[in-house]
Design a binder for this molecule. Structure first.
Ligand code: ZN
Length: 395
């Protein structure tokens, strides 16, 4: 077992850990550990809400979740020799649950607190608890399904430079100031701008706290550094190439998912858990310019679950409430594909909430199948049929 460089005590919040992590992005958050290129090491992570969600049948913790706390991250890790313009090569050698904590949760956030992709259809909070048995999982809240996990960090990336952070804050504030399209109710909100409330900034001296907390970016969106990409295929054995923006790279990670469907549609949509990640790091000097890199690139690992038979639901870019035609809008099309799958699953005894939770966290494949056939984008959602204990094909 590799040496554990960042440990978590699940009975304590992140800011009371022996080595505190952080829940905002800022280049001045000090690194808490350092490694050399070529090192192999283990990092432990809390779940993304810092332990707010409990293993019980009551969804009030999902309804009342404090989203200013998210995402709690482990790190930053200083990689000796990494400099701006380098590529940090990160191998995810293994990912798993912490011993004694083999469970996870999937939630539907209430419309008033977080919302999600289908919040206009499912405005109430709901929760499914998943029991993890080795590579498999099942839930007492969604009977009749069992599947293998595709375990991955929802969130991993390097710290931004001061310049990049300023650019994130500029463009996201501009979006909020401009307002969203008139047809779009602003739930979920347009963006999560810097917010000092509940900010955790690692070992930053308290004299610096107010300045950094006011500037530090929220961890919600994916950005140029990767961050909260929520890509299910970033699983065991993957090799990720990250742009480096600051000396030492300052790599951080968290939000481990036992499993997730493409889109993570309910927002608290993966099987969220605490866990460990074993890593190997290396550096490609000057790699960002050499490969014209803007965002991370990665090579998936060889040990994903293998599902070969799917029932695939199509969706087109027509609003389900108004009947309005949208122009090649993949967001609307994917929503329609998901709603079609949910309506179908309701015919097999699932509630709408159970189906929504299941599409969020089971290994479903989402695709942009056509993006040129005016005026409809065609998105598809592929449901692996083998995860059900009964035949779900039309007959
Ligand atoms: Zn997550």
């Amino acid at each position: 077992m590799p040496e554990t460089l960042f440990k978590v005590d699940l009975t304590k919040p992140m800011n009371e850990q022996e080595l505190p992590g952080h829940n905002r992005w800022h280049p001045d958050i000090p690194a808490v550990v350092s490694v050399n290129p070529g090192d192999v090491f283990r990092i432990e992570c809390k779940d993304w809400t810092d332990g707010q969600i409990k293993d019980n049948d009551d969804p009030s913790d999902i309804r009342d979740v404090d989203l200013n706390v998210v995402h709690v991250l482990s790190g930053p890790i200083h990689v000796n020799g990494a400099e701006p313009g380098d590529i940090l090569v990160v191998d995810l050698l293994d990912i798993g649950a912490l011993p004694g904590d083999e469970w996870g949760f999937t939630g539907i956030f209430a419309r008033e607190n977080g919302g999600g992709f289908l919040t206009d259809h499912f405005p109430e909070a709901a929760k499914a608890i998943w029991d993890l048995q080795g590579i498999y999982t099942s839930s007492r809240h969604i009977p009749g399904v069992r599947f293998a996990g595709i375990t991955h960090p929802g969130l991993i990336g390097c710290a931004p430079s001061h310049e990049l952070l300023a650019e994130w804050n500029r463009r996201e504030k501009a979006l909020v100031d401009k307002g969203g399209p008139p047809w779009k109710p602003q739930i979920p909100p347009l963006a999560a701008l810097p917010n000092p409330d509940k900010a955790i900034l690692g070992t930053l001296p308290s004299s610096e706290f107010d300045r950094v907390a006011a500037e530090a970016a929220r961890t919600v969106p994916p950005r140029e550094h990767g961050g909260n990409c929520d890509i299910k295929n970033l699983s065991k054995g993957s090799r990720i190439y990250f742009p480096v923006y600051v000396d030492g790279a300052k790599l951080s990670m968290g939000d481990i998912h036992f499993s997730q469907g493409d889109g993570e549609i309910s927002f608290c949509g993966a099987i969220e858990m605490s866990g460990y990640i074993d890593l190997h790091v290396d550096i490609i000097k000057g790699g960002v310019e050499k490969y014209g890199m803007v965002n991370p690139i990665f090579k998936p690992g060889p040990v994903e679950p293998h599902y070969s038979e799917y029932l695939i639901f199509e969706g087109i870019s027509v609003d389900e409430f108004s009947g309005e035609q949208y122009y090649l809008d993949a967001h609307v099309s994917y929503r329609r594909a998901c709603l079609n799958a949910i309506e179908y699953l309701k015919k097999f005894g699932f509630t709408g909430e159970q189906a929504y939770l299941l599409l969020s966290c089971a290994p479903v494949e989402g695709r942009i199948s056509g993006i040129v056939d005016i005026p409809n984008a065609c998105c598809t959602l592929a449901l692996p049929t083998a995860i059900f204990d009964r035949d779900i094909l039309p007959s």
